[in-house]
Ligand binder design. Structure first.
Ligand SMILES: [Zn+2]
Ligand SMILES: [Zn+2]
Length: 224
C-alpha cells in the first residue's frame, strides 16, 4: 500500500476512490461507498464498470484473466487518491449524524498533525519541568527518552516515556501533563511509561536493519 502525506493526519495509508465518493467526503453526507479490491466506489461507478464480477476475488491469486478484466474496469473509473484516515473520519461522522452505531472510537478531541505547534509546546513544557533520561537508541541519538506523537482520528496523542520507573515520579509527570491540558479543547491523550527502550540491530555484509521493539510497559493512562 502506498503512503499519503496528509496535512491533518501525517503519513498515512492511501485509498483510491471514484471522484464521486471523494466529492461526497467533503460534504456532510458521504456516499455509502462500496469497496472493490483496492477501490472505493459510488453505486453508479460500481455498476457501470461491472465491479460485481470481482466480488470475493483476491488479485494476488494471479489469475491473468481477472487481472486483465480488473485493469480494464479500473481504467474506466475517474479516480482520486485520498488519505485513509480522512475516509474513516468522514464515515465516522456520517454514522454519527445518521444515528447509526459508530464504526470505531473516534478521537475528535486530540492534538493531531495539523496542531504540531501545541504538540511541541507540550513537549517543551515537560522538558522544562522534568529531567528525562537521554534516549539510548542509536536512531534517536541526542534526543531525550520522552517522545510525544501527535494523534489522528483513530489514535489519541501519545506520550511515551522510558526509564521513569518510580511511581511517585510517574505521578509527578502525569500531574504536569494534566496541568498542560487543563484548559485545552483537545485533551484526549495516552501516556505510556516503559521500563527501557528496546531495539534490534543486525548487520549482514553491507546491509543493516534496525527495528524498534516494544518495551516492558509499566503504566498506561488513557484520557478519552
Ligand atoms: Zn462514482
Ligand atoms: Zn487525512
Amino acid at each position: 500500500m502506498g503512503m499519503f502525506d496528509c496535512p491533518k493526519h501525517g503519513l498515512r495509508g492511501l485509498l483510491e476512490m471514484c471522484e464521486h465518493v471523494y466529492a461526497s467526503l467533503q460534504t456532510s453526507n458521504p456516499i455509502d461507498a462500496k469497496r472493490s479490491i483496492s477501490l472505493l466506489l459510488c453505486p453508479v461507478c460500481y455498476e457501470r464498470a461491472s465491479m460485481h464480477q470481482f466480488d470475493g476475488v483476491k488479485l494476488e491469486e494471479k489469475n491473468e484473466a481477472i487481472v486483465e478484466a480488473y485493469s480494464e474496469a479500473y481504467g474506466q473509473i475517474s479516480r482520486v487518491v485520498c488519505c485513509s484516515e480522512c475516509v474513516q473520519e468522514a464515515e465516522y461522522y456520517a454514522a454519527k449524524r445518521a444515528g447509526r452505531p459508530l464504526p470505531f472510537i473516534g478521537y475528535e478531541r486530540t492534538l493531531n498533525w495539523s496542531q504540531l505547534e501545541a504538540v511541541d509546546q507540550l513537549e517543551a513544557a515537560l522538558q522544562e519541568r522534568f529531567v528525562f533520561q537521554p534516549s539510548r537508541r542509536p536512531v534517536s541519538k541526542g534526543r531525550s527518552s520522552l517522545f510525544v506523537m501527535p494523534g489522528s482520528f483513530t489514535e489519541p496523542l501519545t506520550i511515551e516515556i522510558y526509564y521513569v520507573t518510580a511511581p511517585s515520579e510517574q505521578a509527578q509527570i502525569l500531574t504536569l501533563i494534566a496541568e498542560f491540558f487543563v484548559a485545552s479543547d483537545y485533551p484526549q491523550r495516552r501516556i505510556l511509561f516503559y521500563e527501557a527502550e528496546r531495539w534490534h540491530e543486525e548487520t549482514r555484509g553491507n546491509s543493516s536493519s534496525y527495528q524498534c521493539l516494544e518495551g516492558v510497559l509499566l503504566r498506561e493512562e488513557l484520557v478519552a
